[in-house]
Design a protein around this ligand. Structure first.
Ligand SMILES: Cc1cc2nc3c(=O)[nH]c(=O)nc-3n(C[C@H](O)[C@H](O)[C@H](O)COP(=O)(O)O)c2cc1C
Length: 456
């Protein structure tokens, strides 16, 4: 049961031209929005007007093979590196949280800890790190590998990586900076700590050269739904993004993950579960359906099949496109996503073409086409049934689908008391209702047990 007055958390998943693979071809969309700062500024300001908790940028450290093999038809080959972009957006926004993806597979933890701590300072406490393990095999080719690292290795590395990042964010205690000009003491050496991490994959001495950040530590987001993904999230994430196409799946995932959070000794409220939601909103259901169809009619079959192949982790070009979606074996990319595809296809007995047409706008996330009331009804149902603490909203085409949501759905949620009318706090941690993360050093000194995420 939800507590009285509990409210939904909202992320805006902003992908260049929009989530729909054909969005860039829509007449109202700027085709090269992925490399246009002014467009991003326009869009993030719409999200901030809507009082979103955060905006979210996905990322891959390389172009997917499907983009390369699309005969130049895919728009997803060109976009900004997200931390650089969010640093620019920090200067033109005030309250909205800024979450960027960085992979633990092809980075060094010191660099990641430093960049996100810097972004947290630059933005006044609004930074978040979406910790992923890289589903895109082609990233490996940019970092000295011929083949991708195995799924289990990527998660083992991610765990050690996150331990180091969190440890480095705890380098400086809250009051370590003294700034005493007269006495000549810049910082208190007792309150700046070495990490001295020596593990299976990394050796990092520390400390970090960025002091304690405005929200203590940047927020950690995790978006893997496999067993290993859920365990990593239970241990360290503040927010989980996930693709849950149906309410029953959402309830089962929510229950399972919150149980894992409890098992590691954290409070289930410390982790917010936010499934993706792809809303197409109209003043009538027919208008919404027409908007969606306009995008669907622009899908290029080459791009659609390429997207499905890479999400499934199998080349589907050898299968009859109007035949059933095959029963594919597990593979080394995203295990969570293949399951969603299989379940969706099985539920509706779909062909390959039907499935790629279905995911072209949603990538396996929940698609809702309707009026503001219908969309709000569904959000309320997911929230009250404990399938979601909030949603990662995935606008189909930018900026139009986002402004539709902000102008039509958000006021409906506000009327129901389900969403804030104004920002109350100034940091992302405050928006999410998460508590202050004491450093392991402060906890040890006060004789309190370090939380699991602060364990040495
Ligand atoms: C909403 C959402 C956003 C994601 N964004 C990224 C991303 O930007 N880059 C990436 O490599 N993986 C991304 N992923 C994939 C996962 O984080 C994860 O690395 C992948 O699904 C494999 O994990 P799994 O097998 O545990 O599901 C995203 C997943 C979801 C649900």
């Amino acid at each position: 049961m939800r507590k009285a007055g509990a409210q939904i958390k909202l992320g805006a998943f902003l992908t260049a031209t929009g989530q729909h693979i054909a969005a860039w071809r829509h007449p109202d969309v700027k085709a090269d929005a992925g490399i246009d700062l002014q467009e991003y500024i326009r869009v993030v300001k719409i999200a901030e007007r809507g009082k979103f908790d955060m905006m979210f940028l996905a990322d891959n450290a390389g172009i997917w093979d499907r983009e390369l093999e699309s005969d130049g038809r895919s728009s997803r080959a060109a976009y900004f590196e997200p931390i650089t972009l969010l640093s620019a957006l920090a200067a033109v926004t005030e309250r909205i949280g800024l979450v960027a993806t960085a992979t633990a597979t092809f980075n060094e933890p010191y660099n990641v800890a430093r960049k996100y701590a810097s972004l947290d300072h630059l933005s006044g406490g609004r930074a978040g790190w979406n910790l992923v393990t890289s589903a895109n095999e082609a990233e490996a080719y940019n970092f000295g590998f011929d083949v991708h690292l195995a799924h289990a290795d990527r998660y083992a590395r991610a765990r050690e990586f996150a331990e180091i990042v969190i440890g480095l964010w705890d380098s400086w205690e809250d009051d370590a900076l003294i700034l005493d000009k007269e006495g000549g003491r810049f910082f208190d050496p007792q309150k700046l700590h070495m990490l001295n991490h020596k593990g299976e994959r990394f050796t990092v001495r520390g400390p970090l050269n960025v002091p304690r950040t405005p929200q203590g530590r940047p927020i950690i987001v995790q978006a893997g739904s496999s067993e290993a993904g859920m365990d990593l999230a239970a241990w360290c994430a503040d927010v989980v993004f996930t693709a849950q196409p149906a309410l029953s799946d959402g309830i089962a995932f929510y229950k399972e993950l919150k149980e894992r959070v409890r098992k590691v000794g954290r409070s289930p409220d410390d982790l917010k579960i936010m499934p993706g939601l792809s809303p197409v909103v109209g003043r009538t259901r027919e208008e919404a359906q027409a908007k969606f169809q306009e995008l669907q009619d622009l899908i290029d079959p080459v791009v659609g099949l390429g997207l499905l192949s890479s999400m499934a982790g199998h080349d589907l070009s050898g299968y009859p496109v109007d035949g059933p979606f095959p029963d594919l074996p597990d593979n080394n990319t995203g295990k969570g996503r293949l399951k969603v595809l299989k379940d969706t296809a099985a539920r509706e007995n779909m062909t390959i073409r039907q499935l790629y047409t279905r995911i072209a706008g949603t990538r396996g996330h929940n698609l809702v086409i309707g009026t503001a009331k219908e969309i709000a009804d569904q959000m309320e149902e997911w929230f009250t049934s404990e399938a979601a603490d909030g949603f990662n909203i995935m606008p189909q085409a930018l900026p139009g689908s986002l402004s539709d949501f902000v102008d039509l759905v958000i006021p409906e949620l506000q009327r129901r008391g389900l969403f804030r009318r104004e920002y109350e706090g100034s940091t992302l941690r405050e928006h999410l209702g998460l508590s202050w993360p004491h450093t392991r050093h402060a906890l040890a000194r006060d004789g309190r047990n370090a939380k699991p995420d602060a364990a040495e």
